[in-house]
Design a protein around this ligand. Structure first.
Ligand SMILES: Nc1ncnc2c1ncn2[C@@H]1O[C@H](COP(=O)(O)OP(=O)(O)OP(=O)(O)O)[C@@H](O)[C@H]1O
Length: 657
């Protein structure tokens, strides 16, 4: 909290000064009111007292109170909006710095709800509740002092009622804080349901699942509503209790005051002034309770927001897993407030890529790994994989065998449990994350784009002044990845907007943009998770050629085996272990081997899928690796197999570097 408000000391100090001045002016108002009233009553009894004097005093005090109240309100509002914007930034930056296991366990909808609704609650506290709380506290304390000066015994009576109100407020405040936190949690869960459904709205529509999704959301909202109803009843009960305490206070003061007046212990005038002041003080004191309860509520709601803003990511090794925590990340003048460097003492190196020669060799050495959400299941078990400099290495294997997991570990999206992943012999945990992501380009199976133009997306992640991001380079990468083929037909060319998450582009177009993004970076290693699956065979051949023509090492996940037969090395995974390893030909030679059986199955299914292909051959007739010579192994009648045979890569062994 200190770091959140620390930079707003000036507006807050100004707000505090205006607050004190407004409260002092307010405190003077009942004094002048009661003086004027007493003068009017005395004049009615024939005395000659000035009424004008207290009325002028009243006007001056009220005017000053109004001016200072306005200034105070504006200053608190300003501070509140700055604090909440800083809180939101803190939350967002800290989210970007988290280990990715955190996102497996926390839904995006919940996090966006924390960023919007929970943070707003905190803003309200600073803008309104603290402001009113402080003002009423000053007025209550000043008023009580004045009451004691007027009559100590009656003042003690008034204060005991205020203490009762304090106890009631405290009880309600605790209830409000706990309920508010639970309500925000329930709202966050509802937001998660809405987010997931809207993200997948096409699937929902296609499956006709609107009613099911609407019911899920209604249930989630109902949970929040039940808590809000409870909260509302609690609030109502607290208002009744406080109202009764307040009425009791006024009645007791009037009754005891009248008794005291009769006994001569207090004059009528003092009693009138006391009643005026006690009404003023009561109002302030009871408001203090109300505002305090609201502060408690907001603290309950804001607790989750603070958790998000301050969660420490877990990592091992010398450097944190996010470029935001990197020592070489430049901070803006405002500073990244969450990223307080003292919290991240292990961030030791800053190794800009240009300073580190890199050959692009990747090694997984005896890696064992399980996902944080399933700590007891080994996704990889003692896996050793090498990608030599400039080589093309493929990962194949049945669904769930661990191919994508290998990729995630190479990208350092998760931490290995045992063993290590290294780039050029350096443990990737000891590399600066920014440098690592400059050296490794990743193209995923379903490429994600960001709202902006095609060229923005090709450049994404590079600094504006980075020479790599120059227009010529972008055009060259776009040409090699086949992006120009479709942008040249659009009126705005590379400056065409792609829509939210690339919604205006087809799957194949998105894939090309993502490949151009990777090519532009001229990385030491390109990691590809079958990104060409969405392309037609002609475009696929073109893009494959562009990727293979780079000097980068390539680690390719492949489901369609026709795309990787020219790889220098193929690792075949099964149940999180390396079952086979070798070139396409070597693996085919393993009779009854996993790779050979996958190739056989794909040929069969291709043939069955393609109505123009000849009827499937019997298993005995399937093309098999001839032990004596290297005959083609893919179904020659299948388009993919034909592509592969015509491909510039077909059968040429190591790719051109
Ligand atoms: N985020 C995750 N949290 C928990 N378990 C996961 C997670 N991602 C994958 N797994 C599990 O890890 C194992 C390996 O998954 P992985 O995604 O690496 O397989 P894959 O070989 O890439 O599969 P596919 O070919 O279907 O994409 C599977 O059992 C999967 O259920």
């Amino acid at each position: 909290m200190r770091s959140l408000v620390g930079q707003d000391v000036m507006p807050l100090a100004a707000a505090a000064i205006f607050l004190v001045l407004a409260a002092l002016a307010d405190v003077a108002v009942p004094h002048f009111s009661s003086t004027a009233l007493n003068a009017i009553v005395a004049n009615g009894k024939g005395e000659q007292r000035s009424v004008a004097e207290p009325v002028v005093g009243l006007l001056v005090a009220s005017t000053l109170a109004a001016i200072f109240t306005g200034l105070r309100g504006a200053a608190f509002w300003l501070a509140g909006s700055r604090v909440v914007s800083r809180l939101r930034r803190a939350m967002f930056e800290n989210l970007l710095a988290q280990d990715l296991g955190y996102f497996d366990a926390t839904s995006r909808g919940e996090l966006t709800s924390r960023l919007s609704s929970d943070a707003t609650k905190v803003a309200d506290v600073v803008s309104f509740n603290l402001n009113i709380l402080a003002r009423q506290t000053i007025q209550a304390v000043g008023g009580v002092a004045y009451l004691f000066w007027l009559d100590a015994r009656l003042a003690t009576l008034a204060v005991s009622f205020m203490a009762l109100a304090g106890v009631l407020t405290d009880v309600y405040g605790r209830f409000a804080r706990a309920t508010s936190r639970r309500t925000q949690d329930a709202l966050a869960r509802a937001a998660a349901v809405a987010d997931e459904s809207l993200e997948n709205v096409r699937v929902v529509r296609a499956l006709g699942a609107e009613d099911r999704v609407a019911a899920d959301y209604a249930r989630a909202v109902a949970a929040a509503t039940a808590l809000q109803r409870r909260h509302g009843l609690g609030y109502g009960a607290s208002r009744v209790a406080l109202g009764l305490a307040r009425a009791g206070s006024t009645a007791a003061i009037l009754a005891c005051g009248e008794l005291a007046r009769r006994s001569g212990a207090i004059t009528s005038e003092t009693l009138v002034a006391f009643v005026f002041y006690s009404a003023f003080v009561n109002s302030a004191a009871f408001d203090v309770g109300d505002q305090w309860a609201k502060v408690e509520e907001a603290l309950g709601a804001g607790a989750a927001a603070f958790d998000v803003a301050t969660r420490t990511p877990t990592w091992t090794g010398a450097n944190p897993p996010s470029a935001l925590l990197s020592k070489c990340t430049e901070l803006d003048s405002d500073g990244l407030l969450v990223l307080d460097r003292s919290r991240f003492p292990r961030a030791t190196t800053c190794d800009p890529p240009e300073k580190t020669a890199t050959t692009g060799r990747i090694d997984l050495e005896s890696v064992t790994f399980s996902y944080p959400s399933r700590p007891d299941d080994l996704a990889l078990d003692n896996v050793t994989i090498s990608v030599p400099s400039g080589a093309k290495v493929a990962l194949v294997g049945p669904s769930g065998s661990g191919k994508s997991t290998v990729v995630r570990l190479v990208l350092r999206q998760y931490e290995t449990k045992e063993g290590r992943v290294s780039l050029d012999g350096i443990d990737i945990r000891d590399l600066d994350q920014r440098g690592l992501s400059r050296r490794l380009a990743y193209v995923e199976q379903e490429p994600r784009l960001f709202d902006g133009t095609v060229s923005d997306n090709v450049r994404f992640g590079l600094a504006d002044d980075d020479p790599l991001a120059a227009d010529d380079n972008v055009i060259d990468a776009a040409r090699r990845a086949g992006v120009l083929e479709f942008t040249d037909r659009l009126p705005d060319g590379l400056e065409t907007r792609v829509g939210a998450s690339g919604a205006f582009l087809s799957g194949g177009q998105k894939a090309r943009v993502a490949i151009a993004r990777a090519l532009l970076r001229r990385p030491a290693v390109i990691v590809l998770d079958e990104p060409t699956a969405a392309l037609d065979s002609e475009s696929e051949r073109l893009v494959q050629h562009a990727i293979d023509a780079t000097n980068s090492s390539k680690l390719v996940v492949a489901h369609r085996l026709s795309t990787i037969q020219s790889s220098d090395l193929i690792y075949c995974l099964r149940d999180g272990t390396v079952a086979e390893k070798g070139t396409h030909q070597q693996l085919l030679a393993i009779k009854g081997g996993l790779y050979a059986s996958m190739v056989k199955k794909q040929n069969l299914s291709y043939a069955n899928d393609d109505p123009s292909s000849p009827p499937p051959q019997s298993e005995q007739q399937q093309p098999q690796q001839d032990d004596d010579d290297n005959v083609p192994t893919f179904d020659e009648h299948h388009p993919d197999a034909q592509d592969a045979a015509r491909s510039p890569l077909a059968g040429v062994g190591p790719s051109a570097h």
